[in-house]
Write a protein that binds this ligand. Structure first.
Ligand code: PLP
Length: 406
């Protein structure tokens, strides 16, 4: 029986375990740099002003109800989400080459894509994940039975992109392999390829006939500019790839628990693209139906209201700049505190990395000391969520780092 001997005890999710340990800590000095969720300068969750406004408008609507959405989600949400992530001028939209589905946030989008690939690939594919990557990628692809390999990404010595290693592994991947890429604000390293490097990656993938699986959880959150953060996606589409894109509204709308996201499949240009997109959408609908029936409505309603209203959209862009701007300021502040303390090591990567996370280069034992001695909570791999820093704790954190690296 499963309960007696077949089902072994699984390890606790490290991130959610870290959250529990932080909650238990009674010190007033404690600092939470674990989970990737935005915090304001008082270390509090931040409801975006534009989200509050849109939420109120929805609640005031006398026609609001809680009926099921269609299987593919709210059409006005998916079409606006598509425009946002592919770019409003995308040839994929103009030529009706994209099938878009509302999903259970970014995680649900990655899962739907993985499930589709597992079911419809001619041969069992291999997915190449960056080393390191968001830990859940491993579990999601593993769960649907797709082989996983990795490509080098982060160079521990330079704390920068190992571009040569990345490109040479991608070059040697068998034709038809799936390459998972983070189009902006790579999690966990905060290190992104430059535009020129994206061009080279796309060229090699074209040559080798590799499938781009683009997981974008931070559009607008990285640089504050929506069009800068989807550059890689636009470039791959312009190159005529068939590809898929996973989109999350957790971070850029602060809608973490509402689970609003989308999955987009773009077929390659060609005379049969209209038929291809129809066939793919029909199969995605079956997968979606069997997994979740139809997606959750409330978060998507909020995002949709904002995305479809030019005035609210402009206010949202302002909120995005507030979040990304505060994080950039915290990068500068941390670097400057470490410089002041003359902390051993180089810390330029703190300001050159981008987005929610920084890969500090701290090792597992230093991370453990930070937690035990200084009440600072971060993942074992040395990743910190920059949003957990603020003007009240950045100097304390820098001193704690200084203590454990000496
Ligand atoms: N993909 C990456 C790379 C992420 O970092 C995250 C969140 O941390 C996600 C996907 C999915 O997040 P969510 O399911 O909350 O949208």
């Amino acid at each position: 029986r499963f309960g007696q001997d077949v089902c072994p005890q699984a390890a606790e999710d490290p991130l959610f375990g870290l959250m529990a340990a932080y909650k238990k800590d009674t010190s007033d000095k404690k600092v939470d740099l674990g989970i990737g969720a935005y915090r304001d300068n008082n270390a509090k969750p931040w409801v975006l002003p534009v989200v509050k406004k849109a939420d109120q408008q929805i609640r005031d609507d006398p026609n609001l109800n809680h009926e099921y959405l269609p299987i593919a989600g709210m059409p006005e949400f998916t079409s606006a989400a598509q425009k946002l992530i592919l770019g409003p001028e995308s040839p994929a939209i103009k030529e009706s080459r994209a099938a878009s589905f509302q999903t259970v946030s970014g995680t649900g989008a990655v899962h739907l894509g993985a499930l589709f690939l597992a079911k419809f690939s001619k041969q069992q594919p291999t997915v190449y994940l960056s080393s390191p990557t968001w830990a859940n990628h491993n579990q999601i692809f593993n769960n649907v039975g797709i082989n996983i390999k990795t490509y080098p990404y982060f160079d521990k010595k330079t704390k920068m992109l190992d571009f040569d290693g990345m490109l040479s592994t991608i070059k040697s991947a068998p034709n038809g392999s799936v390459i998972l890429l983070h189009p902006c604000a790579h999690n966990p390293t905060g290190v992104d390829p430059t535009k020129d490097q994206w061009h080279q990656i796309a060229a090699v993938m074209k040559e080798r006939d590799l499938f781009p699986f683009l997981d974008c959880a931070y559009q607008g959150f990285a640089t504050g500019s929506l069009s800068q953060d989807n550059y890689a996606i636009r470039h791959f589409i312009e190159q005529g790839f068939e590809l898929c894109v996973c989109q999350s509204f957790a971070k850029n709308f602060g809608l973490y628990g509402q689970r609003a996201g989308a999955f987009h499949w773009v077929v390659a240009p060609g005379s049969d693209s209209a038929d291809a997109v129809k066939r793919i959408a029909s199969q995605l609908a079956i997968l979606q139906r069997s997994e979740i029936s139809n997606p959750p409505a409330y978060g998507a309603r909020i995002a949709s209201k904002v995305l479809n209203d030019p005035q609210l959209f402009a206010e949202w862009e302002e909120d995005l700049r507030t979040m990304s701007g505060r994080i950039i300021e915290m990068r500068k502040a941390l670097k400057s505190e470490l410089d002041k303390l003359e902390t051993p090591g180089t810390w330029d990567h703190i300001t050159s990395q981008i987005g929610m996370f920084s890969f500090t280069g701290l090792n597992e034992s230093q991370v453990a000391q930070l937690q035990d001695k200084h009440h600072v909570y971060m993942t074992k791999n040395g990743r910190i969520s920059m949003a957990g820093l603020n003007t009240n704790n950045v100097a304390y954190f820098a001193k704690a780092v200084d203590d454990v690296v000496r």
